[in-house]
Ligand binder design. Structure first.
Ligand code: DQA
Length: 142
């Protein structure tokens, strides 16, 4: 089964970006571990990251054909993007939303997620282990 792991803006700098909030693992570490766990679970995990909202929308649209499930950390677009929500609403499979930090314990503008209107599960504040938990949740649903 094909799985898409999508990461939004500034997550390309994971590991160096505010490590007190996001930890020391890099995006490459996260993606390597996701591909490895995916193999164990019988998934073919494709990992994509963009700083651009429209690029994320294009990838989600493209997933409709042959992707079974999506794990997405929309990063800052979580709190602003109706476009990403609309794109996810056209996707039929399970969607798991991941946030590395605990967005409910941070600034108030981070408390609201547009993407959560569509997400089947939301994993918050588990560090980068949240991505592994998300893949396991997909395995249960697929
Ligand atoms: C984040 C939380 C967002 O508020 C923030 O804009 C991010 C990362 C997280 O993983 O904790 O870029 O999605």
């Amino acid at each position: 089964k094909q799985i898409l792991l999508l990461n939004g803006p500034n997550l390309n700098l994971l590991g160096t970006r505010q490590p007190e909030l996001y930890g020391h693992a890099t995006l490459a570490d996260v993606e390597r571990d996701a591909v490895a766990l995916g193999t164990t679970l019988g998934f073919d995990v494709t990992c994509l990251q963009s700083n651009h909202e429209g690029q994320l929308v294009d990838w989600i649209q493209g997933a409709r054909a042959d992707v079974a499930g999506i794990v997405i950390n929309p990063a800052a677009y979580t709190h602003t993007s109706v476009a990403i929500l609309d794109a996810l609403n056209m996707f039929d499979g399970p969607v798991i939303e991941v946030h590395i930090s605990d967005i409910h314990k941070r600034e108030e503008f981070r408390h609201h997620s547009f993407v959560s209107y569509r997400s089947d599960e939301v994993i918050i504040g588990q560090g980068v282990d949240g991505y592994q938990q998300a893949l396991r949740m997909l395995a249960e649903r697929l």
